[in-house]
Design a protein around this ligand. Structure first.
Ligand SMILES: *Cc1c(COP(=O)(O)O)cnc(C)c1O
Length: 394
């Protein structure tokens, strides 16, 4: 994959003699004559100059690169954020009267898309237990037209049996979409595992530097790609060439960053596993953690994002732990070069599954998510250690 990441999307006609495509800042594209204008009008594809809203070489190079690294991908559309990618992909495949199944571990803004704008436009959202394969066929009805997966869940880290669940969706003629931000095509070849559309918040791993936002959706075939493209164009969707250039820069180093973050996350997770303060480690990359067996079977790589649940403790003690951390910034987002921490309490947002899970002690429910960056993991462990001490002095 390293070789692909270096070369993907680098066409000489777009870059010229320099390594990276220039930032083509353009709304107006000029035609040599009428015949050329008419030909451009008839050819609605990346690579065809037309008008700024259809992009220019900087955006096309990023689309092409993302398609090249997604096994089984036909084409990619860019969006101004990962949230926009999820909303527009769902709008592309659904119409009023349809039912959308959404995994109960979905990212909160994804839930809000389903229960907000989609519902307002006559689409009915229904949430399902992410790990219940046996009960999944019963979630479908005549009107179910799409399923939104998120694997692993970006807070609670449930690993879905995507091959089994997408096979059921396919048999029911529903489109499978997956929020593949955690895995990226490097860690989870979503289309090869049965999904029809693979969505990423590029803001996270691809950018890698916490300074730019974007999303993408890669479709497995031309029919779905055309639907995504038509919807995006009708909604006036476009990303800036400056942002696309930053994304291309991040993409080139993504594999080494992910490898390093994965190694550090594994070391830190193993250290946490032995701590008295930790009731549940939610890190599917670690043997014995929930979802590990499926993760090992289906994933080809990891990343620095995982969670744990405190043993007992109060909300104030959790806050004291987070406040005591020196090297972990308190912030949403993840996948940047710097480590981050955020607390989470999924009980408030879930509707199809309980939190804490039924087989846990109900005192153990306060979640903490870590995004491990590129710092020395020994320093991060030292920092976590002193924060645990501070927590119990609270
Ligand atoms: C951050 C995130 C998104 C949304 O991406 P934005 O670019 O912030 O809009 C979607 N899904 C997951 C799992 C995320 O973590």
């Amino acid at each position: 994959m390293g070789t692909k990441l270096v070369e993907a999307g680098r066409r000489e006609e777009w870059t010229g003699p320099v390594v990276n495509p220039p930032v083509w800042r353009a709304s107006t594209h000029l035609y040599a004559n009428e015949a050329e204008r008419k030909a451009a009008n008839a050819n609605n594809n990346d690579g065809q100059f037309y008008y700024g809203r259809r992009g220019a070489p900087t955006q096309w190079a990023l689309c092409e690169a993302l398609t090249e690294i997604e096994p089984g991908g036909f084409g990619t559309i860019l969006y101004p954020s990962g949230t926009a990618a999820i909303a527009q992909s769902l709008m592309a495949v659904l119409k009023p009267g349809d039912v959308l199944l959404v995994t109960d571990n979905a990212y909160d803004p994804s839930r809000n898309i389903a229960t907000g704008i989609l519902k307002r436009f006559g689409i009915e959202p229904r949430f399902f237990d992410p790990t219940d394969v046996a009960g999944f066929p019963d979630r479908f009805c005549e009107r179910t037209k799409a399923v939104l997966f998120e694997c692993p869940g970006s807070l609670t880290m449930e690993v879905q049996d995507v091959p089994a669940l997408t096979a059921i969706a396919k048999a029911k003629s529903a489109v499978s979409l997956v929020d593949n931000t955690w895995g990226s095509p490097l860690g989870f070849p979503a289309l090869e595992r049965g999904c029809d559309i693979s969505i990423m918040s590029l803001t996270k791993h691809v950018s890698g530097h916490s300074d730019v936002m974007m999303g993408s959706a890669t479709a497995r075939d031309e029919r779905l790609y055309r639907r995504l493209r038509r919807t995006a164009q009708q909604l006036g969707n476009i990303v800036s060439p400056d942002d696309a250039a930053l994304m291309l820069r991040g993409l080139r180093t993504m594999e080494v960053r992910l490898q390093r973050e994965t190694e550090s996350a594994l070391a830190i997770a193993r250290w946490l596993q032995d701590r008295d303060e930790v009731a549940h480690l939610l890190c599917p990359m670690i043997a014995g953690c929930p979802g590990h067996d499926i993760w090992k079977r289906d994933f080809t790589g990891g990343c620095g994002l995982f969670s744990f649940v405190l043993k007992g403790r109060t909300i104030e003690q959790r806050a004291a732990f987070i406040d005591a951390l020196d090297l972990f910034g308190i912030g949403y987002s993840w996948g940047g070069f710097e480590s981050l921490v955020i607390p989470f309490d999924p009980a408030e947002i879930r509707s199809a599954t309980p939190w804490p899970p039924a087989n846990w002690d109900s005192d153990n429910r306060l979640g903490i998510r870590l995004s491990i960056g590129l710092e020395d993991p020994k320093d991060l462990i030292k920092d976590l250690n002193q924060a645990f001490t501070a927590m119990d002095q609270e």
